[in-house]
Design a protein around this ligand. Structure first.
Ligand code: OFO
Length: 161
Protein backbone atom coordinates (compact mmCIF):
# COMPACT_ATOMS: atom_id res chain seq x y z
CA UNK A 1 0.00 0.00 0.00
CA UNK A 2 1.22 3.50 -0.73
CA UNK A 3 0.47 6.64 1.29
CA UNK A 4 -2.25 9.10 0.28
CA UNK A 5 0.31 11.75 -0.62
CA UNK A 6 2.27 9.31 -2.77
CA UNK A 7 -0.94 8.33 -4.56
CA UNK A 8 -1.66 12.03 -5.18
CA UNK A 9 1.88 12.72 -6.41
CA UNK A 10 1.95 9.72 -8.76
CA UNK A 11 -1.37 10.84 -10.22
CA UNK A 12 0.16 14.29 -10.71
CA UNK A 13 3.11 12.62 -12.47
CA UNK A 14 0.72 10.72 -14.75
CA UNK A 15 -0.65 14.10 -15.76
CA UNK A 16 2.87 15.49 -16.26
CA UNK A 17 3.78 12.56 -18.54
CA UNK A 18 0.67 13.02 -20.67
CA UNK A 19 1.47 16.76 -20.77
CA UNK A 20 4.95 15.85 -22.01
CA UNK A 21 3.34 13.80 -24.79
CA UNK A 22 1.16 16.77 -25.75
CA UNK A 23 4.07 19.22 -25.69
CA UNK A 24 6.03 16.96 -28.05
CA UNK A 25 3.00 16.54 -30.31
CA UNK A 26 2.85 20.36 -30.49
CA UNK A 27 6.51 20.39 -31.48
CA UNK A 28 5.85 17.69 -34.10
CA UNK A 29 3.05 19.80 -35.57
CA UNK A 30 5.35 22.85 -35.72
CA UNK A 31 8.12 20.77 -37.33
CA UNK A 32 5.78 19.38 -39.96
CA UNK A 33 4.50 22.82 -40.85
CA UNK A 34 8.04 24.12 -41.28
CA UNK A 35 9.43 21.19 -43.25
CA UNK A 36 11.61 19.68 -40.51
CA UNK A 37 10.39 16.15 -41.16
CA UNK A 38 13.15 14.47 -39.16
CA UNK A 39 12.28 16.53 -36.11
CA UNK A 40 8.63 15.75 -36.70
CA UNK A 41 9.40 12.02 -36.68
CA UNK A 42 11.53 12.37 -33.55
CA UNK A 43 8.78 14.25 -31.72
CA UNK A 44 5.94 11.87 -32.62
CA UNK A 45 8.06 9.00 -31.33
CA UNK A 46 8.95 10.99 -28.23
CA UNK A 47 5.26 11.66 -27.60
CA UNK A 48 4.56 7.93 -27.85
CA UNK A 49 7.31 7.25 -25.30
CA UNK A 50 5.82 9.80 -22.92
CA UNK A 51 2.46 8.10 -23.18
CA UNK A 52 4.29 4.89 -22.25
CA UNK A 53 5.74 6.62 -19.17
CA UNK A 54 2.23 7.61 -18.10
CA UNK A 55 0.82 4.13 -18.69
CA UNK A 56 3.62 2.55 -16.67
CA UNK A 57 2.68 4.77 -13.72
CA UNK A 58 -0.99 3.86 -14.16
CA UNK A 59 -0.09 0.16 -14.08
CA UNK A 60 1.89 0.71 -10.90
CA UNK A 61 -1.04 2.40 -9.16
CA UNK A 62 -3.22 -0.55 -10.18
CA UNK A 63 -0.60 -3.00 -8.86
CA UNK A 64 -0.65 -1.39 -5.42
CA UNK A 65 -4.46 -1.04 -5.46
CA UNK A 66 -4.36 2.78 -5.46
CA UNK A 67 -6.82 5.06 -7.25
CA UNK A 68 -5.99 6.13 -10.80
CA UNK A 69 -7.10 9.59 -11.91
CA UNK A 70 -7.29 10.29 -15.62
CA UNK A 71 -6.19 13.92 -16.10
CA UNK A 72 -7.42 16.63 -18.44
CA UNK A 73 -4.63 18.07 -20.58
CA UNK A 74 -4.39 21.60 -21.93
CA UNK A 75 -3.77 22.38 -25.57
CA UNK A 76 -0.01 22.66 -26.17
CA UNK A 77 1.68 25.49 -28.03
CA UNK A 78 2.71 25.01 -31.66
CA UNK A 79 4.56 28.33 -31.78
CA UNK A 80 8.33 27.97 -31.91
CA UNK A 81 11.02 30.28 -33.26
CA UNK A 82 13.38 27.67 -34.73
CA UNK A 83 14.45 24.04 -34.55
CA UNK A 84 16.98 25.09 -31.88
CA UNK A 85 14.17 26.70 -29.89
CA UNK A 86 12.22 23.42 -30.09
CA UNK A 87 15.05 21.31 -28.69
CA UNK A 88 16.05 23.89 -26.07
CA UNK A 89 12.47 23.95 -24.81
CA UNK A 90 12.46 20.14 -24.90
CA UNK A 91 15.62 20.03 -22.79
CA UNK A 92 14.19 22.56 -20.34
CA UNK A 93 11.07 20.44 -20.08
CA UNK A 94 13.03 17.24 -19.44
CA UNK A 95 14.95 18.99 -16.64
CA UNK A 96 11.62 19.93 -15.12
CA UNK A 97 10.48 16.29 -15.33
CA UNK A 98 13.73 15.14 -13.71
CA UNK A 99 13.11 17.43 -10.74
CA UNK A 100 9.59 16.03 -10.43
CA UNK A 101 10.92 12.44 -10.43
CA UNK A 102 13.54 13.36 -7.84
CA UNK A 103 10.80 14.80 -5.67
CA UNK A 104 8.84 11.54 -5.93
CA UNK A 105 11.93 9.59 -4.86
CA UNK A 106 12.36 11.94 -1.88
CA UNK A 107 8.74 11.34 -0.85
CA UNK A 108 9.20 7.57 -1.13
CA UNK A 109 12.23 7.88 1.18
CA UNK A 110 10.31 9.96 3.68
CA UNK A 111 7.40 7.50 3.60
CA UNK A 112 9.69 4.47 3.99
CA UNK A 113 8.04 3.23 0.78
CA UNK A 114 10.70 0.88 -0.59
CA UNK A 115 8.53 -0.63 -3.31
CA UNK A 116 7.75 2.74 -4.88
CA UNK A 117 11.35 3.81 -4.46
CA UNK A 118 12.44 0.72 -6.39
CA UNK A 119 9.80 1.31 -9.07
CA UNK A 120 10.89 4.94 -9.50
CA UNK A 121 14.50 4.02 -10.20
CA UNK A 122 13.50 3.20 -13.80
CA UNK A 123 12.40 6.83 -14.20
CA UNK A 124 15.60 8.11 -12.59
CA UNK A 125 17.68 6.31 -15.23
CA UNK A 126 15.29 7.22 -18.02
CA UNK A 127 15.66 10.92 -17.20
CA UNK A 128 19.44 10.70 -17.59
CA UNK A 129 18.83 9.35 -21.11
CA UNK A 130 16.12 11.88 -21.92
CA UNK A 131 18.23 14.87 -20.91
CA UNK A 132 21.26 13.47 -22.73
CA UNK A 133 19.31 12.99 -25.97
CA UNK A 134 17.96 16.55 -26.00
CA UNK A 135 21.23 18.09 -24.80
CA UNK A 136 23.25 16.40 -27.56
CA UNK A 137 20.88 17.64 -30.25
CA UNK A 138 21.03 21.18 -28.80
CA UNK A 139 24.85 21.02 -28.88
CA UNK A 140 24.89 20.00 -32.53
CA UNK A 141 22.34 22.64 -33.50
CA UNK A 142 24.42 25.31 -31.76
CA UNK A 143 27.49 24.03 -33.59
CA UNK A 144 25.95 24.59 -37.03
CA UNK A 145 24.23 27.87 -36.12
CA UNK A 146 22.34 29.33 -39.08
CA UNK A 147 24.01 27.11 -41.71
CA UNK A 148 21.14 25.58 -43.66
CA UNK A 149 23.15 22.54 -44.79
CA UNK A 150 24.07 21.71 -41.20
CA UNK A 151 20.50 22.10 -39.98
CA UNK A 152 19.27 19.96 -42.88
CA UNK A 153 21.78 17.22 -42.01
CA UNK A 154 20.81 17.17 -38.33
CA UNK A 155 17.12 17.13 -39.17
CA UNK A 156 17.59 14.31 -41.70
CA UNK A 157 19.45 12.25 -39.08
CA UNK A 158 16.42 12.56 -36.79
CA UNK A 159 14.36 10.73 -39.37
CA UNK A 160 16.25 7.59 -38.38
CA UNK A 161 14.91 7.49 -34.84
FE1 OFO B 1 10.55 12.73 -21.29
O1 OFO B 1 10.44 11.56 -19.84
FE2 OFO B 1 8.70 11.23 -19.41
O2 OFO B 1 8.20 12.95 -19.22
Amino acid sequence: MITARMEKEINAQIKAEFESAFIYMGMAAWAHKNGYFGTENFMWKQAKEEEGHALKLIDYLKDVDATVEIPGIEKPTTGYKSILDVFEKGLEHEKHITSRINNLVTISDEDGDYATNDFLQWYVSEQVEEEKTFRNIVKRLKMVGDHVNGIFMIDSKLEER
